[in-house]
Write a protein that binds this ligand. Sequence first.
Ligand SMILES: CC(C)(COP(=O)(O)OP(=O)(O)OC[C@H]1O[C@@H](n2cnc3c(N)ncnc32)[C@H](O)[C@@H]1OP(=O)(O)O)[C@@H](O)C(=O)NCCC(=O)NCCS
Length: 196
Amino acid sequence: MIALRQAEASDADVIARLHAASWREHYRGMLADAYLDGDLVAERLAHWQARLTEAGDGVFAVLALDGERSIGFACALADSDKRWGVLLDNVHVAFGEQRRGVGKRLVRSVTAWAREHHPEDGMYVWVIEANAPARAFYERLEATVVECAVVAAPDGGSMAVCRYVWSDIDALHRATAPPPAQTEQAPPAKASWCAQ
Ligand SMILES: CC(C)(COP(=O)(O)OP(=O)(O)OC[C@H]1O[C@@H](n2cnc3c(N)ncnc32)[C@H](O)[C@@H]1OP(=O)(O)O)[C@@H](O)C(=O)NCCC(=O)NCCS
């Protein structure tokens, strides 16, 4: 069974491994091979140690676990943009665990935190323009693109990214609601196709 819990500083290592594996799996062709094949775990570890230990109350990170196994994470940073509010940075679900609703649950968890602590703010995420699956995911969650830009990439190059926003955090809360519980289907009353 999949469970979510808030991540702590001691989770920096597991998050760094998930993050590096996800970039290697999904960002090939978007970031330089030399960067992806280098010491990415150590680089991500330094990033997550800093973020989870130094950032204080303005950061919320959440882990998804299947039993003991970590299978995804998401993170949000408060007050990141005067206009657009909370930055969703990032959402990653392990390859092989995708399309099971984990990403949606992670975003819902971040949304719950944002609604509690920053109810007046919207939320936004930067997505690499070429990352079509992630864009489809955010569009499914009713985010809107407001701009695209070329920015510095973590590999030292540059990349085209698009800003997806939710102006209303309550709308995102609704968009991430779990589907209504499946009701048990009554057996068909004499289906015409088998009555012939
Ligand atoms: C994007 C990502 C986080 C989505 O996580 P996920 O757990 O697979 O997504 P969910 O199962 O919650 O999907 C919810 C809905 O989003 C849409 N969606 C998700 N992945 C999709 C894809 N690859 N293509 C099209 N639509 C997609 C679907 O409508 C899906 O609902 P459905 O499965 O019932 O059709 C995951 O694919 C991932 O980790 N990708 C690699 C890392 C990445 O690019 N992260 C985003 C960084 S900005």
